[in-house]
Structures are given as structure tokens and as C-alpha cells.
Unconditional design. Structure first.
Length: 115
């Protein structure tokens, strides 16, 4: 999140110990069997896309997905092929990033829009 802020970018992702997950989500929503955090994540992403499309209607939005574990795989699947992708068919480009050094390098190159 600090890297995104350093480059003046928006961040809608959270993490398990942020205020939203700790104070807003109910314990059963955070349970592994319900995986309520996935619904929360989808809501955050859709709201961010909706807001940013309104604020920057003439810009191509680039969503950055960092590599990680199973949850990152789920999220990338939603962005590439899931309901989020089908709800915004021309609304964004997705940039996959391997690690934080690659993220800094991407911004250092001027954050080119993926093809």
C-alpha cells in the first residue's frame, strides 16, 4: 500500500488485520469455511472501478494484481474471467506483478498500459 501511495495511485485491497476486516466484518464472515472476505474484496474492487470510471471516464484503468498464494489466485481469476471481468468488459486492463520490486520497477517505467 505504501508503494501505491508513493506513486499517487489508488488502492482498494485490504488485509486481514485492517480496520474493515477487524471491526466491520463479523467473526463468522472471517471464518475459513465461509470465506466472507472474498465477498468483501469483490465489493471493494467493484466500488473502486465504479468510482474511478466516474472520476476518470476517458482514462484506461489498470488493475495491478500481485502474485501470492491461493487468495491471490482467486482474485486474479475474478479479474480475468469472473463476474468482475464480465461486469466491466472494456473497463480496465490487468497488470500482473510478481513482487514488490517489480511493482516499483513498473512505476519507474512510467506504468505503461498493458496490451
Amino acid at each position: 500500500m505504501a508503494i501505491m501511495e508513493r506513486y499517487g495511485q489508488h488502492n482498494c485491497a485490504g488485509y486481514a488485520h485492517d480496520k474493515f476486516h477487524k471491526n466491520v466484518m463479523l467473526p463468522h464472515e472471517m471464518a475459513k469455511d465461509s470465506q466472507g472476505w472474498r465477498t468483501a474484496w469483490k465489493g471493494r474492487v467493484v466500488q473502486a472501478l465504479t468510482d474511478l470510471n466516474s472520476i476518470y471516464p476517458d482514462k484506461t484503468l489498470v488493475l495491478i494484481a500481485l502474485a501470492g498464494g491461493p487468495e491471490c489466485d482467486f482474485e486474479r481469476g475474478q479479474l480475468f474471467n469472473g463476474k468482475i471481468a464480465s461486469s466491466f468488459p472494456n473497463g480496465y486492463k490487468l497488470k500482473q506483478i510478481g513482487d514488490l520490486d517489480e511493482l516499483v520497477s513498473y512505476f519507474g517505467r512510467g506504468a505503461p498500459i498493458p496490451q
